[in-house]
Design a protein around this ligand. Structure first.
Ligand code: NDP
Ligand code: MG
Length: 402
């Protein structure tokens, strides 16, 4: 193997979240290899302060001036006088393009992560992409910007990381995988907490029940997306962009144990799978060190304890959000941005107990039916579609509340 790389600088966007915390846990084990140059947080300032004390970054990014002032008082109290505090979207964009970093962990949840991820792409960084919503919103534009500026996209989403590991070892993003013998992608899904819930009871499911994922511990938004399988829908779209394929080349396989993280089938009948304990530190460590391997803190997979792996077909009656997402990808244009925005509003309303669990697909479906027809040929068009879908979905939520 080649020489050991020098210390590499990294920005962790969304450091205070579930992926952010797992990332810092891996980085903590490799301080000789990585230096945390910048961190970002939003509402959890206490946690961000602890992270600043431990990692002593050069920059920290918070939502606004008010948060900056209160964090500054605490940093000074702890004798941390050299950390520069930046704010808002501009702050996030700044720390995503710093000359002293090579890697950006994109782990902000939702559409808020798009602009900073694009800034990292424009700066030609290696982007460790957890924030799938960014790609769902801006697919082609994001991929084009990354390619133009020599940015590398490494998937953190466990399924996409698994697919990446099972694909032939060529790393141009726009490759035609079919010419290399790839037949299809088998995208695994756990089925979430409501896999066995009687269909007529789904509408009574509470936020607490929806976020209680059987295998993974994650942020609240993605946990609800896993219960509705919108998460798998967003992942189909994400896979289409990352692996240059169509929804018809992807098969969703419900695999309740979450031990196989996805598979790639070849024309000779071979099916390659990546397995491991369901712990995001494995894909995080894989992407951080790629193409090398480093320890992640994840224990060995005990196949004897797992004993059995099950597979089922995904049922669109149980998971209408999966169908909506696949249809939006086929429709193209602004449809996936509209889908994503409507879903974000619906999930937030569900978490605030303003609408029921089965209202989520209705709010999304109605936006897709009503959306103005428009190409997604510019970022402006995408942000406009996002804004329209949010306000239209908000009105639907208001009607449901009355
Ligand atoms: P969390 O909710 O745990 O964390 C989200 C992070 O984003 C937090 O740091 C949060 O700050 C920050 N954030 C939230 N809103 C904003 C905003 N408006 N502006 C700036 N920062 C903001 O989510 P997860 O870590 O679970 O997920 C992050 C991303 O990774 C999502 O896109 C998700 O789909 C994806 N992902 C997650 C997986 C998982 O296992 N958790 C697996 C695969 C993908 P704060 O907490 O301080 O408010
Ligand atoms: Mg996933």
């Amino acid at each position: 193997m080649g020489r050991r790389p020098m210390t590499q600088g990294i920005t962790v966007l969304g450091a205070t979240g579930s992926i952010g915390m797992s990332t810092l846990d891996v980085l903590r084990r490799h301080q000789d290899r990585f230096r945390v140059v910048a961190l970002s947080g939003n509402s959890r300032l206490d946690r961000l302060l602890e992270q600043c004390i431990e990692f002593q970054p050069s920059y920290v990014s918070v939502a606004d001036e008010r948060s900056a002032e209160s964090l500054d008082i605490e940093l000074q109290r702890h004798g941390l006088h050299t950390i520069r505090i930046v704010t808002g979207v501009e702050g996030l964009e700044l720390i995503s393009g710093l000359p002293q970093i090579s890697h950006v962990m994109a782990a902000i949840v939702g559409a808020a992560g798009l602009r900073p991820a694009l800034a990292a792409a424009r700066a030609g960084k290696t982007i460790l992409l957890a924030n799938k919503e960014a790609l769902v919103m801006s697919g082609q534009i994001f991929m084009d910007i990354a390619q133009r500026h020599g940015a590398k996209l490494l998937p953190i989403d466990s399924e996409h990381n698994a697919i990446f590991q099972c694909m032939p070892p060529v790393h141009e993003q726009a490759i035609n995988w079919r010419s290399l013998g790839v037949k299809k992608i088998l995208l695994t899904a756990s089925g979430g907490p409501f896999r066995k819930t009687p269909l007529e009871e789904l509408r009574f499911m509470s936020p607490a029940q929806a976020v209680a994922h059987p295998n993974w511990s994650m942020g609240r938004k993605i946990s609800v997306d896993s219960a509705s399988m919108m998460n798998k829908g967003l992942e189909v779209i994400e896979a289409c962009w990352l692996f240059n394929c169509t929804p018809d080349q992807i098969e969703v396989v419900v695999h309740p144990q979450s031990i196989i993280h996805s598979m790639v089938e070849y024309i000779d009948g071979s099916v390659l799978a990546q397995l491991g304990n369901p712990d995001m530190r494995t894909p995080i460590a894989h992407a951080l060190a790629w193409p090398e391997r480093i320890v992640s803190g994840v224990g060995s997979l005990d196949l004897f304890a797992v004993a059995k792996l099950d597979f089922e077909r995904a049922d669109f009656n149980r998971y209408p959000c999966l169908r909506l997402a696949m249809d939006a990808m086929r429709a193209g244009g602004i449809a996936t941005a509209v889908l994503n925005a409507a879903n974000e509003i619906a999930v937030q309303a569900f978490l605030m107990e303003q609408i029921g669990f089965t209202d989520i697909p209705s709010v999304i479906e109605e936006r897709l039916a009503r959306m103005p027809s428009s190409p997604s040929d510019s970022l402006e068009a995408i942000f406009k579609a996002d804004e329209w879908a949010r306000s239209d979905a908000q009105q639907h939520v208001a009607r449901l509340m009355n």
